[in-house]
Design a protein around this ligand. Structure first.
Ligand code: ATP
Ligand code: MG
Length: 556
């Protein structure tokens, strides 16, 4: 980081703990995903925060799969999560699973029962909810609250042994039915669920609730700073209560504002719907805000880390403009992307005075942004070229610095050409533009003395490779789709535009997914992961400029 930055509130807490020697100078954070979906850009914020803190203060970060809900979890998700974290550039100290602690958590629950701090309740979910009261009215005990320790121990053992059906009984903490904090009104600790678990199989039919699993897992691992999002603030007293009553390692919970981004939904549940209902192709569809989608789209790890750094860590909910994410990838690709030419909407340009059959191998630097250009590639030039249809106008207005009858333009890396003529088909559509070139105007060795205002890109017809090019727009038209009753109503029907037959430089046949290319004047692109040598597919990562910002200004 170049500029001096003041500490965020979590860094302040960590530094204070280091100063007072609270954990003997130790910093151990964790990233605790539930393996029920792919990671999204919101998770990246949490990853950068947790792993970043550890890096900053010589600490470590555990990766803990919070797998207490057997129904929605899957090993496919575990693998994708690991891949995404590593791709972002982070490495965990230990790979752990809450399910590894099931036996310990069970013994903790037994301990609470023995201390008279937990009881088995036979009430239905509705009965429990009704007896809980409201924020303004205290709850009332259910008939099971004062069961004896012996009875509770026996019933809890029977729950584990599989004597009861789902929902027949629960284990609850015995705290305070009048607490102003609803989470302390005898919260559920265990529920019965006869379901196959992706790691423990059929070994268990009772599963700990988040509130009983999370803090205790932190404590088992001796996590020093357990960082989560703001909605867990009301859970914190319960987090502390469990640790206090069990007299185990005192991990502490700290909360920060989750990432919300315009034109984006972030919850895994909603993203799963987009996949299942085929609004997108898959979890890694380049329009998805998932890490895997962003990767396939052409985002770099550095751009995402930089984005997370820029948005910072707040204590209050806010909404980040998605343009900031786009700014970060543009900033990165402008420095790193290799320059190439591609024509998306081709029209043929014939240079009438260029010798038939002549080919020139022009040379173009890969990356003019760095010294030495990172090498160069050959760009074949010949008599017939593809140019963009909208670089020609039959009746060009005054400020049109491209081609039209009588107009001159420079062909990038090549010559100045002047348009003399054009050909139309029977529908009046222009099919060919005829030009003459100025032989001594070649880029780099131009002695013509001519000045032209515009430069256009092109591809030599006999050398052109074909590719499918996918142009993406925002997946939602609504700035805050998640706030709507049905977020799917604002899905942008034009979020994907496919150019089936674009022409690209021959060198682009060597492209690899993840390597960024600037197709000059068109944007930044990368090879799609499903591309094949027989059918090349490129994804547009982002346009060269923020066209949306301009739209908004124009219309607003
Ligand atoms: P979702 O609602 O998308 O399913 P989640 O919070 O249930 O998210 P988890 O897998 O439980 O997802 O989250 C792992 C970690 O990532 C948690 O610590 C969580 O607080 C954090 N996290 C999730 N979403 C965001 C977000 N939008 N911004 C910041 N952190 C997030
Ligand atoms: Mg969750």
């Amino acid at each position: 980081m170049s500029e001096e930055k003041s500490l965020n509130f979590i860094e302040e807490i960590v530094e204070e703990d280091l100063r007072t020697g609270k954990h003997g100078g130790r910093v151990l954070t964790r990233f605790p995903p539930e393996p029920n979906g792919y990671l999204h850009i919101g998770h990246a914020k949490s990853i950068c925060l947790n792993f970043g803190l550890a890096q900053q203060y010589n600490g470590k970060t555990n990766l803990r799969f919070d797998d207490t809900n057997p129904v929605t979890e899957d090993t496919e998700y575990v693998e994708s999560i690991k891949k995404d974290i590593q791709w972002l550039g982070f490495q965990w100290a230990e790979e752990l699973y809450t399910s590894d602690y099931f036996e310990t958590l069970y013994s903790y629950a037994v301990e609470l029962i023995k201390k008279g701090l937990a009881y088995v309740d036979d009430s239905t979910a509705e009965e429990i909810a009704a007896a809980k009261g409201t924020p303004t009215e205290p709850g009332v005990p259910t008939p099971y609250r004062d069961r004896s320790v012996t009875e509770n121990l026996a019933l809890f053992a029977d729950m584990r042994a599989g004597k009861y059906k789902d929902g027949e009984k629960v284990l609850r903490a015995k705290i305070d039915l009048a607490s102003p904090n609803m989470h302390l009104r005898d919260p559920l600790l265990y529920r019965i669920k006869h379901a196959h678990h992706h790691r423990t199989g059929n070994q268990w039919c009772i599963y700990p609730m988040y509130d009983f699993a999370h803090g205790q897992s932190d404590s088992i691992e001796k996590i020093t700073h357990s960082i989560c999002t703001l909605e867990f603030i009301p859970h914190r007293p319960l987090y502390d209560w469990c640790i206090d009553k069990l007299e185990i390692f005192p991990s502490k919970q700290y909360e920060f504002a989750r990432l919300n981004m315009t034109y984006t939904v972030m919850s895994k549940r909603k993203l799963l719907q987009l996949v299942n209902e085929k609004f997108v192709e898959s979890w890694d569809d380049p329009r998805m805000p998932t890490i895997s989608g962003l990767r396939r789209r052409g985002y770099t790890p550095a751009s995402i880390r930089n984005f997370c750094d820029k948005i910072g860590v707040q204590k209050r909910e806010n909404m980040i403009d998605v343009s900031l994410l786009e700014f970060c990838i543009r900033e990165d690709l402008n420095k790193t992307a290799w320059r190439r030419m591609a024509v998306l909407d081709p029209i043929k340009l014939v240079i009438t005075n260029y010798p038939d059959g002549q080919i020139e191998d022009l040379v173009g630097e890969n990356n003019p942004e760095v010294e030495g250009g990172e090498g160069s590639r050959i760009i074949p030039f010949s008599k017939e070229l593809w140019i963009e249809r909208d670089d020609f106008m039959e009746d060009a207005p005054k400020k049109f610095f491209r081609l039209g009858p009588g107009l001159s333009v420079r062909l990038k890396h090549a010559y100045i050409v002047t348009c003399n003529d054009f050909v139309k088909d029977e529908n009046g559509k222009v099919t060919e533009v005829h030009c003459t070139y100025v032989p001594n105007s070649k880029s780099g060795e131009d002695t013509s003395g001519l000045k032209v205002k515009g430069t256009i890109h092109w591809i030599s017809v006999p050398h052109a490779k074909e590719a499918e090019v996918r142009l993406y727009d925002r997946l939602f038209n609504d700035e805050n789709p998640a706030a709507a009753e049905n977020f799917k109503e604002s899905i942008n029907p034009a979020s994907l535009h496919i150019v089936e037959r674009a022409f690209i430089e021959p060198d682009l046949a060597n492209a690899t997914p993840g390597k960024g290319y600037q197709f000059i004047r068109l944007g930044y692109f990368t090879l799609d992961t499903h591309s094949t040598p027989e059918h090349l597919v490129f994804n547009r990562t982002v346009t060269l400029k923020d066209s949306w910002g301009k739209e908004v200004k124009k219309n607003g």
